[in-house]
Design a protein around this ligand. Sequence first.
Ligand SMILES: Nc1ncnc2c1ncn2[C@@H]1O[C@H](COP(=O)(O)OP(=O)(O)O)[C@@H](O)[C@H]1O
Ligand SMILES: [Mg+2]
Length: 236
Amino acid sequence: MPLPRDVPFVPWDEFLRDRFDWQQGEHVTFVGNTGSGKTNLATQLLPMRDFVVALATKPSGKDKTMSSLVRQDRYQKVTAWPPPTVIGARSRRIVLWPPFERPEDIHQQQVVLDRALRDIFAAGGWTVFADELFYLCKFLGMSRLFEVFWSQARSLGISIVGGTQRPAWVPLMAFNQATHLFMYRTTHDADLKRMGGLGGLDDRLIREIAPRLPKYHALYLNTRDGEMMITKAEKR
Ligand SMILES: Nc1ncnc2c1ncn2[C@@H]1O[C@H](COP(=O)(O)OP(=O)(O)O)[C@@H](O)[C@H]1O
Ligand SMILES: [Mg+2]
């Protein structure tokens, strides 16, 4: 099925090198069903930042993404915040993974992540990888805290990289405060409405393209300049 001519397909290496202009303090949000390729793409953006903390919310050990950030990308795994101090570090890559072995551990998980985000807000400069926004926002009740980040963190140079399956499940600010949006194939009218209704974006085009995106293809939307393109990340 041919894609509309006015939205270019940009090969992944060109996208990363020439087209994806991501400044520290700008937020990135991913929307797509499970298996779309959100996490795979997101983890390939993170090397662009120097201070990254990935929030691991799945039961201990049971998260391939977080485990591979630790193993492959040499992220430091910590179970509590703050991480050990490194004086004068020019880069930090951390997976924050509070122990989650029993259902009741979610209370401690909430305490640890909440503490971390508050410290990060005060410190500035970090990129927070929140791959499971729905879990964090709705399940751990952190919507308000994330809204503070989405609305205020820009001036502090904090970037949130967040992913969700359905836009209707997380605060609107995940979208209207993000500079960079990646959306995968969807036919849900509520999703199309939410993404299309954002300022500066061509609603008609989004509705036309999003239901027809091939597997692993993302529609990239830049809310700063209204630019759209389609790309497909390499498999990590
Ligand atoms: N661009 C791609 N090309 C080939 N396989 C991919 C691509 N993106 C993701 N995959 C594979 O599809 C599966 C789901 O990807 P993932 O990034 O975990 O999706 P999501 O985070 O949206 O659930 C993984 O096994 C991943 O390796
Ligand atoms: Mg994922």
